[in-house]
Each structure stands twice: as C-alpha cells, then as structure tokens.
Design a binder for this molecule. Structure first.
Ligand code: PHE
Length: 452
C-alpha cells in the first residue's frame, strides 16, 4: 500500500509515509501565501509571537487529539464520534468540520488557481521585474478577470478530482515527498537573495521585533485562526488522516515533528517576503496579493531567477494540492463510509459541489464584488467563517469530547499505543493542557475577538 489514503480503510504503510502525508496536509498555501500576508496585515512580530503561542498551546495538543481519535475509531470524521460515543450528538463535531472544509476549499482552490496562473506568467517571463506598479497591475488584472479566475480554479478542481479518482494520488504523494525538500531548499535560496537586497534588514526587524501596540482582540483571533488553518485542525483532515495511521506510529512525536517542520517553512517564506517588501517599497499590508507581488521582484534580483521562479510556483502548486487532497478527503470519506457512495462517485460529487461553491470565491473580486456581508466579500467571508468561527468552535468541542467522553484513560491509552511507548507522564501533561488550557484560550480569544 502506498502512503495515499486513496481507498478507504487502507492505511499508510511506513512511518515515513505517515509523516509525509501529514506534513503534506499541513504545508501549503497557509505557509507561503497566508502566513506572510496575515503577519504583514497585523503588524509583524507581535502577531508572529501570538501565532507561535497558539500553535504550541492550541495547535499541537489538538493535533494529537484529532489524530488519535481518528486512529482509535478508524472511520470518517463523522463516524468517529458515532463510534466512540454512540447515541449522542457529538458527531456534530464532524459535521461542523465538513462545513468548514467546503468553505475553505472554496477560497483555497481560487488561490491555487492564481498560483497556476503565475506558473504560466513565470514561463513567459513578463513578471520578472522589480517594477512595483507592473506587479500590482498583473495581480489585479488576474483576480478582476472573471474568466481567468474561474478558468484556473476549475482546472485546479478538475486536477484534484482526477488525482483522487484514478488513484494517481500514489504518484502525487510520491512526487510530493520528493518535492517537499526541494521547496524547502528553494525557499532557503529565495530568503538569502531577499536578505541581500539593500534595505532588507527593515523587513527582518518587522518580522522579529514585536510591536504590541497593534495587538487587539481581532488580531488574537486571527492568530488563533491561522494556527488552526496551518495545522489542518478543526475540519476533520487530521482525524481522517489519523484513521489511516499505522497502529504502532508514535502520534505525539509525529505531531511535534509536523508542527516544527511546518513552522520552519512559514518562517522561510516570511524571510523570503518581508525583506523584499521593505527593500522595494511594497506595502506589508497588501493582503492576499502580497506573495504574488513581491516574490517575482525577489526572483528578478537572483541569478537564474527566471528558471527558479517557474520552479517556485510549480512547487507551491504541488504543496497546495497536497493540502487540498486532505481537505477533499473529508467529504469523500463521509460520503463513502456514511452513505456508502462509491469513492469515485463521491469524489466527483464533491468536485462538482466545489465548482459551484468555489466560483463564489473566484468571482468575489469581479462579478460578485458587490455581494458583501459585514464589510467582507465572499472570499473574505468564507475565510472568516471557517478559520475564525467554525474551526475554533470545532476545536473547543473536540477538547470537551476528550475531557467528558474519552477521558484521560482513553486519551493516554490511544497515544501511548496501549502502554507500548512509555510516555504516560508526558501524555498526562498534554491531557491537562488539552482539557484546561486549550479550551480556555480558545474561548477567551473568541469572545474577546468577536465581542471585544
Ligand atoms: N494546512 C493547509 C495549509 O496551510 C490548509 C488546510 C487547512 C488543509 C485545513 C487541510 C485542512 O495550506
């Protein structure tokens, strides 16, 4: 069996396969696109520090919980709760996660569409420039063109559908496994080039010297939301991947490794982008446009920049597709294991729903820009509803489930592989954090962020 969850109740075969798949879910646009732009929008280092705390105190314990719940029940994210707590309403955790998945896929696929478009633009070389206004116009032109935005997004969704149905996911996972170190290496190179630009240190200061005056309830909520999004939590992705984990896998150690590797990729992306932002006079608060405007300018300063820029966008597309596979796996597994719909059909049903839902995001800067709610267009609204509302709520409910239903004994038994790992002391500490600190933090930040 390969490291792909392509057929239900198959599993990851090797320890490395488990790690690669889980890392494949975590690493994606969240690191390369969202982390830099949110850090830029929210004042830099202060935001980074809070995001790190959220990752440590909320993300890591929840990742351990979700993976171990999945492995214990070995079924889809709704079925997990029906199996572990029959006759109760806890399955709502899985259902809420499903809603988040659909919202995330809507805007995520739109952004992967932009990445695809930038692969094309990289090949033609027109964006290999440090001319700020040209880069801004290029990005603006793409997102405000309904046909281009839709076309690229649908291509992405079609590709994801094909990968899953034809089981090419084996190939893709095998490829992703090899491409991940490449992406890593390339990010190191881009960061070095960015750091050599005159004036780059300003960007480093922005990323590492906290200015707490920018921190308010909303910023806290955004950092919490990013921690969820980054580690694929509160949606069922880690639960379903957990259900494919090997029985002898060390879950806490895997989760820690994924968290550290994921943070490293984000930091590298930050170091590739912020020095360039300040050196070349871009606005750090450019929002979703940030990556697409600044990265080409860095490549323009590098030897072999043209070739490396193509490679960069291709690798980013692969990383994003790896993350998308874990999102799509949630509805597909639910349709397949709950409703007994055949996997290929479940996949295309999901893709079809996503073409509809995704179009709403892809058109949110053009045809549908007038559709606004609370000052947000549909793209921003879906992002808000998923990472700032549903995912934290789902996370909170997961903590409560572990506290009230699974209890310390269940949590410790599952994560120590029934005692084989001799990590009981550590697990008791994780249990305490997960059931006391984590829920309290989520609740406080949500209340403060939404009402304060
Ligand atoms: N973690 C992925 C990223 O950073 C996004 C994701 C969110 C994937 C939720 C699965 C579930 O790009």
């Amino acid at each position: 069996m390969s490291s792909s969850p392509a057929s239900a109740r198959d599993g990851f075969s090797s320890g490395f396969g488990v790690l690669a798949a889980t890392l494949g879910s975590a690493v994606g646009l969240g690191n390369i696109w969202m982390f830099p732009y949110q850090t830029g929008n929210n004042g830099g280092a202060g935001f980074l520090l809070i995001y790190l705390l959220a990752t440590l105190l909320v993300g890591l314990p929840l990742m351990i919980a979700e993976i171990s719940l999945g492995r214990s029940a070995r079924t889809d994210p709704v079925g997990v709760y029906r199996k572990l707590a029959p006759g109760t309403l806890w399955w709502i955790i899985g259902a809420l996660g499903l809603v988040s998945v659909l919202l995330i896929m809507s805007f995520y696929s739109a952004v992967v569409g932009w990445v695809f478009a930038y692969v094309g633009k990289s090949v033609s070389g027109g964006i290999l420039t440090q001319d700020r206004s040209l880069l801004e116009q290029t990005f603006g032109g793409l997102v405000s063109n309904p046909a281009a935005a839709l076309g690229w997004q649908w291509l992405v969704l079609l590709l994801v559908g094909i990968i899953i149905t034809f089981g090419v996911s084996r190939g893709i996972e095998a490829v992703t496994k090899r491409l991940m170190p490449l992406l890593f290496g390339l990010l190191v190179l881009v960061a070095l080039a960015a750091l050599m630009l005159p004036g780059a240190m300003e960007g480093v200061r922005f990323l590492f010297l906290p200015d707490f005056s920018r921190i308010d309830g909303q910023v806290l909520l955004k950092a919490l939301g990013l921690a969820f999004f980054k580690l694929s939590l509160g949606v069922g992705s880690m639960t379903i991947y957990g259900s494919y984990f090997r029985q002898q896998q060390n879950i806490p150690r895997t989760a820690l490794t994924v968290m550290l590797a994921d943070l490293t990729v984000s930091m590298l992306a930050g170091l590739a982008i912020f020095p360039a932002v300040f050196a070349l006079g871009f606005n750090p608060a450019s929002g979703p446009a940030l990556l697409f405007q600044t990265i080409p300018a860095v490549f323009a300063s590098m030897p072999l920049g043209h070739l490396l820029m193509i490679v960069f966008f291709v690798l980013t597309a692969f990383a994003a597709i790896g993350a998308m596979l874990s999102l799509v796996e949630v509805p597909v597994a639910i349709l397949h294991e709950r409703l007994r719909i055949e996997r290929a059909r479940a996949t295309w049903l999901t893709v079809l729903a996503l073409v509809g839902l995704g179009s709403l995001s892809a058109l949110s800067s053009s045809t549908l820009s007038h559709v606004q709610l609370g000052g947000m267009n549909l793209f921003d609204l879906f992002d808000f509803l998923s990472s700032k509302l549903l995912m934290p709520i789902t996370g909170l409910l997961t903590c409560l489930f572990v506290l009230l239903r699974w209890k310390q004994a269940g949590f410790v038994a599952a994560n120590s592989n029934e005692g084989a790992l001799h990590n009981t002391g550590l697990l008791r500490a994780v249990f305490t954090i997960l059931t006391k600190v984590t829920p309290l933090l989520i609740l406080t930040v949500m209340l403060y962020g939404l009402l304060g």
